[in-house]
Design a protein around this ligand. Structure first.
Ligand code: 0GY
Length: 299
């Protein structure tokens, strides 16, 4: 009999009826950071997971894509599924080539398995350094993975919190692939955008032209709160202005682990932030279309 999963008691589920955004994304826009969860009966959550979410499947993700006016998705493997990428890959193969994926893999993964993932649309792997989500692993663990994926032309997505950057600097700056940082390295937005903490992140991007950033997750970073998340705007603006060719945007649907933040965002309001963080149309086009297309659907 199928195993049933009980969602964490304090779990916040995604908004089932987000507003229609006033901002209309340019044709071909890509939501470059989102996840699928299960359904757990079909794609069981990993035994080593740190949370049990509500199911949030591909059909719901693709309905949201259409509702928000987007064309494509990048589905990032969530830690609740560990290194079992079946739910994410199932989403890719049912996307009519409108989704690419970022997987979580272990160093003993075979070249055949990686080739199958590539065929399905996977183009990167994610290394998660956020301690509440994943147990820390030595650099050598990740280097073995990089040796295998670099030959496929894949990139590495790294998820860390601002204080981790100094500690992992040597390793992160040694990575030979394109490196995409989740959520601007999770800055503390109560500090100054001109201060040393965010300064180190900007230096990381400045000195390493292979490093990109997702200007995502105001709902996670903000202390001023919804729906305008005013305190995050200057941080995202700064990254877009300085590195317009190396930024990506995404919803982060279905927004894991927001009970600690205390609210679930309206995805329409998140889309409405785009013209505030990228006021000119040229930057909007690079952020939403040109950059993700170059990374995930190159000619
Ligand atoms: C995010 C953020 C979170 C979770 C995960 O893979 C995950 O479980 O990424 C988080 O809790 O900060 O990017 O979705």
């Amino acid at each position: 009999m199928a195993k049933t999963f009980t969602m964490d008691a304090d779990w916040l589920c995604f908004d089932p009826s987000p507003s229609k955004p006033g901002f209309v994304p340019p044709p071909g826009a890509v939501d470059a950071h989102c996840h699928v969860f299960g359904p757990g009966e079909q794609f069981p959550y990993a035994p080593e997971r740190k949370y049990t979410p509500c199911d949030a499947g591909r059909d719901q993700l693709y309905a949201l894509r259409d509702h928000l006016g987007f064309s494509r998705n990048v589905v990032v493997q969530a830690t609740a599924h560990g290194t079992d990428n079946r739910a994410m890959i199932d989403a890719l193969v049912h996307s009519h080539d409108r989704a690419r994926g970022v997987a979580s893999v272990a160093p003993d993964i075979s070249d055949d398995e990686l080739a199958r993932m590539h065929e399905a649309g996977v183009r990167g792997v994610r290394f998660n350094y956020v301690k509440r989500l994943a147990d820390p692993k030595p650099d050598a663990y990740y280097r073995r993975i990089i040796e295998k994926i670099a030959k496929l032309g894949w990139h590495v997505v790294i998820y860390f919190e601002a204080p981790d950057l100094a500690e992992k600097w040597d390793f992160f700056t040694s990575l030979p692939t394109t490196v995409v940082v989740d959520h601007m390295g999770r800055p503390d937005v109560t500090k100054s955008v001109d201060g040393p903490e965010f300064g180190l992140f900007l230096r990381f991007m400045e000195e390493n032209p292979n490093v990109w950033s997702k200007v995502t997750c105001p709902e996670r970073l903000s202390r001023s709160g919804p729906p305008s998340y005013d305190d995050v705007v200057a941080f995202a603006q700064r990254v877009i202005e300085r590195f317009p060719d190396r930024v990506l945007w995404g919803t982060d649907w279905p927004h894991p682990n927001l009970s600690m933040v205390g609210h679930m965002p309206d995805d329409g309001a998140l889309v409405n932030m785009i013209p505030r963080i990228a006021p000119n149309e040229e930057h909007q086009h690079r952020l939403l279309v040109a950059n993700p297309m170059r990374l995930y659907w190159p000619e």
